[in-house]
Design a protein around this ligand. Structure first.
Ligand code: ATR
Length: 304
């Protein structure tokens, strides 16, 4: 990686908290593999400071930003323009700074800092595509036509439900501790994707292609399983996916493996959302394998 000098350009992730973010390790590996004189930083930004923090990065001609909890929805009203990915999923996790050249908005990565004029922020969402890319590449599951039991209807669960519906799953069964939130997501799916059979509760019939955990259950030792095994046997499922990646194997994934399911954790989602963000900033295909190696060694240590 070139040493930092006066030409070094910057990207960053903002979150609150941020200390455990794996994004700097992953993104700096991707940046280094492309030989760019860039650095990717991480900042703890309180939601009250999100707007000035974005304005400040623009003033310093940063290339782009990632946003994580709790900024993704807030940013929808802060950025100057929204890419279709952000409007479709209702959240922004990637910002690209752009400047006008001959009447066209160009990414700042293509313009020397001294030549930069007016700057705008363009908001993207790379989370939703990362879910289905990870299901395809890490599990070998094609969502189109699949029957899915989805656990969780918070931010991550809603995005997963909508993305799976957009990909044409046949059936979507939604479970959430707070049933009204699952009901709201089901209503949104009925409105936006009327061909998908969506319902709240465990499926009556056997045979699910995928059980997907989008709750936070499993993050802490001693958490109960996100699925009620008295109402649904994991033996009925072909694949199980846990959006949690730390620990690498949650009790849910252990139970699914024992039941004979193919399994994967959420590290692939983290990787693919980051790879897409880097592509949005550079305009080049991201070096996914370099990013994967750095991410795995950051999250799981050298011995992964
Ligand atoms: P994220 O953005 O990661 O999805 P979130 O929106 O806070 O975070 O969603 C957390 C999910 O985990 C929700 O589905 C939540 O259920 P509620 O909607 O009922 O809050 C679920 N969850 C968190 N703690 C839980 C617990 N102790 N038991 C059951 N579900 C839990």
């Amino acid at each position: 990686m070139p040493t930092i000098d006066a030409r070094t350009r910057y990207c960053a992730v903002y979150g609150h908290p941020i200390a455990h973010s794996a994004s700097p390790a992953m993104q700096n590996a991707g940046i280094a593999a492309q030989g760019l004189n860039w650095r990717y930083l991480a900042f703890d930004v309180h939601p009250d400071s999100l707007r000035p923090a974005i304005t400040g990065a623009a003033a310093m001609k940063f290339i782009g930003l990632n946003l994580t909890v709790p900024h993704k929805i807030l940013a929808m009203d802060i950025v100057d323009a929204l890419d279709q990915s952000a409007t479709t999923w209702g959240a922004v996790n990637t910002i690209r700074f752009e400047t006008k050249v001959n009447g066209h908005w160009l990414p700042l990565s293509q313009v020397a800092p001294a030549e930069t004029g007016e700057i705008r922020t363009l908001g993207f969402n790379t989370d939703a595509d990362a879910i289905t890319r990870s299901l395809r590449e890490d599990l070998g599951l094609e969502p189109c036509g699949a029957k899915v039991l989805l656990l969780g209807a918070g931010g991550a669960g809603r995005t997963a439900a909508l993305k799976l519906a957009a990909e044409g799953v046949a059936e979507l069964h939604l479970i959430n501790r707070t049933a009204s939130k699952a009901q709201e997501v089901a209503e949104e799916i009925k409105r936006r994707f009327p061909t998908v059979k969506v319902s709240v509760g465990y499926p009556a019939q056997t045979g699910m292609d995928l059980v997907l955990n989008a709750t936070s259950l499993g993050l802490k030792a001693g958490d109960p399983l996100p699925v009620d095994l008295s109402l649904f046997s994991l033996k009925q499922a072909r694949y199980a996916y846990d959006m949690i990646y730390r620990p690498a194997e949650t009790p849910f994934l252990q139970a699914a493996k024992t039941a004979g399911c193919g399994t994967a954790n959420g590290v692939g989602m983290l990787l693919y959302q980051g790879a897409k963000a880097l592509e949005i900033w550079t305009g080049r295909t991201a070096p996914v394998e370099s990013m994967r190696t750095a991410l795995l060694s950051h999250v799981y240590g050298q011995a992964h």
